[in-house]
Design a protein around this ligand. Structure first.
Ligand code: ADP
Ligand code: MG
Length: 340
């Protein structure tokens, strides 16, 4: 009962500049449990392969040695099992189950925040495994420093090993992923289709996979040959929806225009007051309106540190409370952004 999904392997995980460190660290960890990096903490946005890589680690361990005790569990399932164990007075079994593992793969650890008892129990599980040099791998949608309301003693433990991230894949990697996924469905796609898909689906790999499933279904249902027009037609809805969604570039454009400066000036890093405010507002709105991680926003604003992004956001949040004029301005800009 490892809960491992055999579909997720290292061999079908496409490696690119966006995820190569995570891949290498994950592979190293699965080759030498508890010795390479412990814990290994992997973070990244939605649909970028965190769950995939976690299963891949587990599958690889099992492949090498069937006897190793590996468990994949989401932090929500961890919580549920805990609640159950408390209710039915099975805490000893619960503790033993986790503490006798060679490798614990725990997904979406950010969800244990604000759950005191879960945090407490996970803390002890962590310690027990760590002390016995058993491997712990965790994933999260953000780095430990940004997981709000999680106990410091846990946060600091997340930093004991290695922290790696997965960034959104760039065009070439997306194309490689699309080819790989199509292969899985025995679907053959021409280069122009692969490129078309990669250009239209920028960030979330899960979304790419959904599209391939859709193309495959249409193709076999209607016995259609797949050409680019066909792909364009069936994807029209999805693409329209995507193009309308908010993105940082749009936000920067609209904010700059509102303050009568150019986007380049706004992003130039100048310290003049009339440039700083728009920049901070754009950062604040990017954080509020898009799914991008702090790292991505940092890059899009040419900033050196996460702290600058966080500071800008909290500064604007405070200012809004003080000034109804600023609040109105921002609301107006927000409306403009949504109409773009
Ligand atoms: P996350 O847990 O980060 O939200 P998942 O691991 O569930 O993302 O990945 C979503 C889908 O995208 C899965 O089907 C996964 O196989 C696929 N995927 C993501 N990254 C890659 C990659 N680098 N190579 C192959 N498939 C990938
Ligand atoms: Mg996941």
């Amino acid at each position: 009962k490892s809960n491992l999904n055999p579909r997720y392997q290292f061999s079908n995980f496409v490696v690119g500049p966006n995820n190569q460190l995570t891949y290498a660290a994950s592979y190293a960890v699965s080759e030498s449990l508890g010795k390479a990096y412990n814990p290994l903490f992997i973070y990244g946005g939605v649909g970028l392969g965190k769950t995939h890589i976690l299963h891949a680690i587990g599958n690889h361990i099992k492949e090498k040695n069937q006897k190793k005790k590996v468990l994949y569990i989401s932090s929500e399932e961890f919580t549920n099992e805990l609640i159950n164990s408390i209710q039915y007075k099975k805490m000893t079994q619960f503790r033993n189950k986790f503490r006798e593992l060679d490798c614990l793969l725990i997904d979406d650890i950010q969800f244990i925040s604000k759950k005191e008892r879960t945090e407490e129990e996970f803390f002890h599980t962590f310690n027990a495994l760590y002390e016995n040099q058993k491997q712990i791998v965790m994933t999260s949608d953000k780095p430990p420093s940004e997981i709000k309301e999680i106990e410091d003693r846990l946060k600091s433990r997340f930093n004991w090993g290695l922290i790696v991230d997965i960034q959104p894949p760039e065009l070439e990697t997306r194309m490689a992923i699309i080819r790989k996924k199509a292969e899985n469905y025995n679907l053959s796609l021409s280069d122009d289709i692969v490129e078309f898909l990669a250009k239209n689906f920028e960030t979330n790999v899960r979304e790419i996979e959904g599209i391939i499933v859709k193309i495959n279904a249409y193709a076999s249902l209607f016995k259609q040959t797949i050409n680019i027009e066909f792909v364009e037609t069936i994807l029209q809805d999805v693409i329209e929806r995507k193009q309308n969604t908010l993105n940082v570039e749009n936000i920067q454009e609209v904010v700059a225009k509102h303050f009568n400066i150019t986007k380049d000036t706004m992003l130039s890093g100048k310290r003049d007051k009339h440039i700083i405010l728009p920049r901070e507002i754009a950062i604040f709105l990017s954080r509020k309106l898009t799914q991008h991680s702090l790292s991505e926003i940092k890059i899009k604003f040419n900033m050196k540190s996460h702290a600058t992004i966080i500071n800008s956001c909290s500064k604007i949040e405070k200012e809004i409370e003080k000034s109804s004029q600023l609040k109105e301005t921002i609301e107006k800009i927000e409306k403009n952004i949504k109409n773009v």
